[in-house]
Design a protein around this ligand. Structure first.
Ligand SMILES: O=C(O)C1=C[C@@H](OP(=O)(O)O)[C@@H](O)[C@H](O)C1
Ligand SMILES: C=C(OP(=O)(O)O)C(=O)O
Length: 753
């Protein structure tokens, strides 16, 4: 066993909480050597023996040191030098056989002591610091679990004896600690900020309040905040005095930073500057959650952005009804853009109907990490305190955008225009998707962007590039690429013009105009001039037609069905699904048409009518690009063949949607032929006979594949089981609830909690 502690006699000098807990931990793991202790307080030694922690001990180092194979110095930092001097006297000239280590909270002063006492740091002296403790002191408080899952930092000198280092590591690993190494200066700098400064503040706050006249009341009524903030003010005063003497310079530097931050906050409170206060509290609150997730060893994304990523399986009963009135969540494309534009605007934007799905929440979080104060979401309401076109701050790490191609591509355009460097990364599905389509034209504008091999994420965007407008012919019909370039164009010199091979969703153009940033259009080309600004305003996000589609198809294929979907966005660049279903014979009616925040909306009623196969018109493909998984299910329930061509873009979505759907249709027994840019599907619509069988289908983690096959079960002969459905939460968090409400039998398996 490499980590076995094989010391014959361990001597702990200073039998307090730290030394006593070390002895207790070693006892608990069955350490078979002798443990002795030396402490000026004879009663502590007696107590240690009574507690069974040590075998022997005494107050004189000259009697305890000889014969020890390892000595742990667990005395206060300022006592280190005198202890080392005594050791130098009693230990033999050649100290090669005794390994010495310490537990001091500062390292440079202890290294200096060693140099003064021994002439150099002996190779068998391994300086260390267990980051564990408690406000309690004395051996009576010894706790065998004190070090479990705590860090112990070793700060060995470059010429350390490797055997000594191995033995000290083994000692701490045996207590359950995680052992790290760093150099002395780094240790002292880090500890000044993470431990010494907070202790100083806690001592100071309690002392200040305790000196005030009404201190009894203050302590009697002090609430949890006081208790939480000041627990460490109960720590050992001598030890802490020593630490502040020993680590003076690093502590003062961190105190300067703190005082600067505090005086800014003071000014904000004084002026009643609510934006400044919110921005600080919001950043701090998220940073605190981030630390907590680090401490708990879970990833930030896993904890805050993603549903538990365990395997989620939908088990869907064959048959069922499709009846009712529903409102599906807010539009994903508009939700992303509302945060992006609201953040860069001047003023406060109030958003209603925001999609609280993982994709749009990841976008919101990314802006928080760039210093934007955002309140909510609370039931679809979000308040964004815009920072202006140049007000974003450099994030402290990579920006994680989850599963969302839209976020990564639109962010790429925005970030290319910033003064700071940034990195965009996503989940396993997104990290396989092509980003050259945005990186290439952005480079033509002067952006400096690195991608992984094959133009895949992560994207590293170098700040400070001077962008120039370009005139760009999109090689594919993509609203994401168009929007990316328009966003970069706001930061570019001159005009940025984008020509589309076919119309794609125009939310970016509408919303920019709504925020007072003029975007013009002539035929297939739209353009804007750089250097403008955005003015905050209210945003009303309509329900997402892409989410509504699953229920449109549910009703279109289920005899007797009648569903009304309320307040759905019917932007002409998004209604391919309405046009295609109508061509297939579906019975659709629109009512309550209105315009909200520059986007048309309507209630859509759909009643069952038998469907027939069609050739999908090429011009409808970009207008229904996200709706094809569901439309393939409609096709499987339509009499005759439905033919789709010109849809190669489907191959680079969250999955290869042509292949993923074809594989699922094959399992259900639906006849089909796959081609590079589309598919032929041969369906049936005999009312009293199931259209296909059942089976187990892999959604490949693609939300739309999972939801499409859920709806397919309405006309299946047997149960459909769909694996890997957790990502439904990216676009449609309450899908199962609404599906159940209209009459589908969905059982969710494997969800945590
Ligand atoms: O701009 C947008 O919000 C979107 C554009 C489309 O992608 P492409 O631009 O890649 O076609 C669409 O598939 C995506 O769900 C959202
Ligand atoms: C393709 C989609 O989204 P994105 O590209 O943003 O991941 C989608 O929602 O179907």
């Amino acid at each position: 066993m490499p980590n076995r502690v094989s010391e014959s006699r361990l001597l702990i000098v200073g039998l307090g909480l730290i030394g006593g807990s070390l002895a207790a931990a070693l006892r608990e793991v069955g350490f078979d050597g002798k443990i002795a202790a030396c402490d000026p307080d004879a009663s502590e030694i007696e107590r240690g023996i009574d507690m069974g922690l040590i075998d022997s001990g005494g107050t004189a180092l000259s009697q305890q040191a000889p014969g020890a194979s390892m000595i742990v110095l667990a005395v206060p930092v300022l006592a280190m030098e005198s202890v080392m001097r005594e050791l130098a006297d009693v230990l033999p000239e050649d100290m090669a056989h005794v390994v010495i280590t310490d537990v001091g909270s500062t390292k440079a002063t202890i290294r200096d002591c060693a140099r003064r006492v021994f002439g150099r740091v002996p190779p068998t002296l391994v300086l260390g610091h267990p980051i564990a403790g408690s406000e309690k002191s004395g051996v009576a408080a010894a706790n065998p679990k004190l070090y479990v899952n705590h860090k112990v930092i070793l700060t060995p000198e470059p010429d350390v004896d490797p055997d000594a280092l191995t033995r000290v590591r083994a000692l701490w690993q045996a207590t359950g600690a995680e052992v790290l190494e760093m150099d002395v200066a780094q240790h002292d700098h880090v500890l000044a900020r993470t431990s010494h400064l907070p202790h100083l503040l806690a001592f100071s706050l309690v002392d200040t309040l305790a000196r005030q006249d009404q201190r009894l009341d203050i302590f009697r009524y002090a609430a949890g905040g006081f208790r939480d903030f000041t627990r460490i003010a109960g720590s050992d005063p001598v030890m802490w005095r020593d630490i502040f003497i020993a680590n003076r310079d690093a502590v003062l530097a961190s105190l300067d930073d703190f005082e600067a931050g505090l005086s800014k906050l003071r000014a904000a409170v004084e002026a009643g500057n609510s934006d400044a206060m919110l921005a600080t509290f919001d950043r701090a609150s998220h940073a605190r959650h981030y630390f907590e997730s680090l401490l708990n060893d879970t990833s930030y994304q896993a904890e805050y952005l993603m549903q538990p990523q365990g395997q989620v399986t939908y088990r869907v009963r064959p048959g069922g009804q499709a009846q009712g009135r529903l409102r599906v969540p807010g539009d994903k494309s508009i939700s992303h853009r509302s945060i992006m534009l609201g953040a860069l605007a001047e003023g406060v934007s109030e958003v209603k109907g925001f999609l609280e799905g993982e994709d749009s929440l990841a976008t919101l979080q990314a802006f928080r990490e760039m210093g934007v104060a955002i309140e909510g979401p609370h039931q679809g309401r979000v308040t964004i305190h815009g920072v202006g076109m140049h007000g974003l701050k450099a994030p402290s790490g990579p920006l994680y955008v989850g599963n969302s191609g839209t976020a990564m591509r639109l962010f790429a355009g925005l970030l290319a225009g910033q003064a700071f460097d940034s990195e965009l990364t996503g989940d396993a599905s997104l990290n396989k998707r092509p980003m050259g389509r945005v990186a290439d034209p952005l480079r033509l504008m002067g952006a400096v962007i690195d991608t992984a091999e094959g133009g895949r994420p992560p994207l590293n965007i170098h700040g400070g590039a001077a962008l120039k407008g370009i005139d760009y012919d999109l090689p594919m019909a993509s609203a994401q690429v168009k929007s990316c370039l328009l966003f970069a164009g706001m930061y570019a010199e001159g005009e940025t013009r984008v020509r589309e091979p076919a119309p794609t969703r125009d939310h970016t153009e509408r919303m920019l105009n709504g925020f007072g940033y003029p975007v013009q259009r002539d035929g297939d080309t739209c353009w804007l001039a750089g250097g403008g600004k955005l003015t905050a305003g209210p945003i009303d996000v309509p329900s997402d037609i892409s989410s509504a589609t699953f229920f449109l198809v549910a009703a279109a294929i289920t005899p007797g069905a009648d569903i009304t979907l309320e307040h759905v966005g019917i932007n002409p660049t998004r209604i391919g699904v309405i046009n295609i279903l109508t061509l297939m014979g579906a019975d659709l009616t629109l009512s309550s048409q209105a315009e909200v925040g520059g986007e048309p909306v309507a209630d859509i009623r759909i009643r069952y009518a038998p469907l027939k196969g069609i050739d999908i018109p090429a011009d409808q493909v970009p207008l229904a690009i996200d709706e094809f998984p569901a439309l393939f299910i409609a096709a499987a329930n339509a009499e005759g063949t439905t033919r789709l061509r010109g849809a190669e873009e489907l191959r680079v979505k969250e999955s290869d949607r042509i292949q993923a759907m074809a594989d699922g249709l094959a399992i259900l027994g639906v006849e089909h032929t796959v081609v590079e840019d589309g598919i032929d599907i041969v369906g049936n619509n005999r009312e009293n006979v199931p259209s296909y069988g059942g089976g187990r289908i892999d959604s490949l983690g693609d939300h739309r594949i999972a939801m499409a096959f859920t709806v397919a079960a309405l006309r299946a002969g047997n149960e459909i089981v769909i694996d890997d459905c957790a990502n439904v939460g990216t676009s449609f968090p309450n899908f199962v609830e609404l599906a159940t409400r209209i009459g589908l039998g969905v059982k969710v398996e494997g969800e945590n909690g």
